[in-house]
Design a protein around this ligand. Structure first.
Ligand SMILES: [Zn+2]
Length: 214
């Protein structure tokens, strides 16, 4: 039902689905009937590259890939996803020279994908850790390189952050570069959140900023 609505208004489906699922979960109005076949539709957006497009046949894109993956996680349907292909696509979006992420194959690096690509990795780690526990500790991208790109290349002299050097600062890129910076600098917090999600809350504080989850 929700899918039909977003299709009719012409929205990019993976974004619309993510918004709808998030709102339904947050407002406690989620039902399985409301999102019947939504996961299957999202999976039809996974491309031959391994990422997700906004709708079937569309090019894989970092923003849509995050929305699709997060949606599948919220729906508890990540088993439908070709996770190896998605992970391969995600890791290849980090640029060897710049250190930041591109949003699509053969595009230039862009600071906002520090979040859109970067935020997919903790979710992938969580999913893979269900098969292999040590995966939760595995970071699949170069944190230092991404941090250097954000700190050195994305900070505007007047304040705020940019897509890449030479671009104007704006609120969107300031928000998402900082969000990416937060992800790469909060491994301990990620562990804590993961434990909470898995409902295996056994937390002991060993020292400043350190958590132990069993
Ligand atoms: Zn951007």
């Amino acid at each position: 039902m929700v899918l039909l609505l977003f299709t009719r208004v012409g929205s990019k489906i993976s974004v619309g689905a993510y918004c709808a699922i998030s709102i339904a979960k947050l407002t406690n109005t989620y039902t399985e009937a409301l999102f019947d076949k939504t996961a299957e539709w999202i999976i039809s957006c996974q491309t031959y590259e391994g990422g997700f497009g906004g709708c079937p046949g569309m090019e894989a894109h970092g923003g849509y890939a995050f929305c699709a993956l997060a949606s599948l996680a919220l729906l508890n349907k990540t088993s439908l996803c070709d996770m190896d292909a998605l992970l391969r696509w995600c890791v290849n979006r980090q640029m060897a020279l710049e250190g930041g992420f591109q949003g699509r194959t053969n595009k230039l690096v862009d600071g906002c994908y520090s979040f859109w690509q970067g935020a997919a990795f903790p979710i992938i780690s969580l999913i893979l850790s269900q098969e292999s526990k040590e995966m939760i500790e595995t970071v699949f991208f170069n944190q230092s390189a991404l941090q250097e790109y954000i700190m050195i290349c994305c900070q505007a002299v007047e304040g705020g952050l940019v897509d890449k050097p030479g671009k104007y600062r704006d609120i969107y890129h300031t928000c998402y570069t900082l969000s990416g910076l937060s992800i790469l600098n909060n491994i301990h917090l990620r562990k804590l959140l993961t434990c909470l999600v898995q409902k295996r809350i056994k937390l002991c504080t060993r020292g400043k900023g350190e958590f132990s989850c069993n």
